[in-house]
Design a protein around this ligand. Structure first.
Ligand SMILES: *[C@@H]1O[C@H](CO)[C@@H](O)[C@H](O)[C@H]1NC(C)=O
Length: 414
């Protein structure tokens, strides 16, 4: 790849991890350079795989050219390099196990505790397509959370698209969470049932919002979450021409075409949905009443509306929605929940980034939750972009600021 990238990439993740953990800051410049190379490689590969093909080329399969096949291979390697085994640290014991068949990674502090511990159930991001609790960035975050809060952190996995589609991802996460919330499991981990948070970033923030809503209606679960923490979550599929989608359509890490590819892949491999979403004409006229729940013209603060004119939605085929009803499902688009449902949600921490296509999803959820009477701490990062938590090296100043604010807020409120 780029000059300076020839040293052992496999070792880098582990090495970077130990540097982070020891100093709390990336230190050596050679580590910095190698991580940069890794990162660039990853972004390039993601672009190769996920940038849309010209519309006149049909896509029989997700991978249809030698270049893409190669890119796919390289990306698998790349993501393998990002995986770290469960490694216990000075203060935290880390183990991989299964909660009701879903693989999870559990972080238990070594420090003695006279009282029951707080707990964070974490859901990783990656567009429902990528990612793992074992990714170095998530592993670091969970370890750090467990250590600083003296809390039990459960970082869950779930089966990924395009091999699996909705509702598999949602159900894997929900089943693991329900398993964790059982009385005997909480006792086993010494967790206080009154002090549990669900948290996630990006697609994980989407799943966190969705499972928090689902729990409210579940007769099997007596426990109430104390907190939901949603970090730059994607929350709706109805309108992909919000001001943030328009303004950040070509923003690196998550351009609009990639966001739509992720969302449509979550629902189905049928490219008809993706194409309809690209022109924002995927919602059938029967679903028209739902638009008021994502009406950015009435839900966004004034300053985000500047330079944007709200247009009435253009409706698409009813056939598409009949074939793939997932994109209108509240478990895929938590912004579609009624106010009467939102009212019962727990104390909320929500992060939005200025340079992010899904920024307005978060802004609208903040507004709707507050209108419904839910207390929300909204952390808007003026210089933020999507995926900060996955790119500690690219963004390390803002990464540390976000992690600090996030864990600090949990410490005060959980
Ligand atoms: C959206 O809100 C605006 C007012 O801010 C209103 O004029 C428009 O009719 C609404 N559209 C929908 C589809 O709810």
């Amino acid at each position: 790849p780029a000059p300076g990238c020839h040293s052992s990439v496999a070792g880098t993740a582990r090495e970077a991890s130990s540097v982070f953990l020891k100093t709390g800051r990336p230190r050596s410049s050679s580590m910095g350079r190698r991580s940069w190379c890794l990162l660039l490689l990853g972004v390039l590969v993601a672009y190769c795989i996920y940038t849309p093909l010209p519309e006149n080329i049909e896509e029989p399969m997700p991978i249809n050219t030698p270049l893409k096949a190669l890119a796919h291979l390289v990306s698998l390697q790349f993501f393998e390099f990002q995986m770290v085994p469960p490694t216990s640290h000075k203060n935290v014991i880390v183990t991989d196990t299964k909660f009701n068949n879903t693989p999870v990674r559990v972080y238990v502090p070594r420090r003695k505790s006279d009282t029951l511990r707080r707990s964070v159930f974490y859901i990783h991001g990656g567009g429902w397509v990528l990612g793992s609790a074992a990714f170095i960035s998530y592993d670091l975050l969970s370890e750090r959370t467990a250590d600083r809060l003296n809390a039990v952190v459960v970082s869950t996995n779930y089966r990924l698209a395009p091999k699996y589609h909705f509702p598999v991802q949602f159900e894997d996460v929900y089943d693991a969470l329900k398993w964790f919330l059982r009385k005997n499991i909480l006792e086993e981990y010494g967790v206080d049932p009154g002090r549990i948070a669900v948290s996630g970033d990006s697609a994980g923030g989407n799943l966190a919002a969705a499972v928090a809503q689902q729990l409210l209606d579940d007769p099997d679960v007596k426990i109430r979450l104390k907190i939901q923490s949603l970090i730059y979550p994607a929350l709706q599929t109805l309108d992909v021409e919000t001001p943030s989608y328009q303004d950040n359509a070509h923003m690196p890490v998550l351009p609009k075409s990639l966001a739509i590819r992720f969302y449509s892949n979550y629902i189905t491999s049928d490219s008809a949905l993706r194409k309809a979403m690209m022109s924002n004409q995927h919602v059938p006229v029967e679903a028209a009443p739902l638009f008021k729940l994502v009406n950015w013209s009435s839900l966004l603060p004034e300053r985000f509306l500047k330079g944007h004119v709200y247009k009435a939605p253009t409706f698409g085929s009813s056939e598409l929605a009949r074939k793939h009803p997932g994109f209108l499902d509240v478990r895929v688009a938590p912004l579609l929940a009624a106010d009467s449902k939102l009212r019962d949600l727990p104390l909320t921490y929500l992060v939005t980034c200025q340079y992010d296509v899904v920024r307005d999803d978060g802004l609208m959820y903040v507004r709707r939750l507050r209108d419904a009477g839910v207390p929300v701490t909204h952390n808007h990062l003026e210089d933020g972009f999507h995926g900060i938590l996955s790119f500690p090296v690219l963004s390390f100043k803002i990464y540390y600021r976000l992690v600090d604010e996030y864990i600090g807020w949990l410490d005060e409120n959980l």
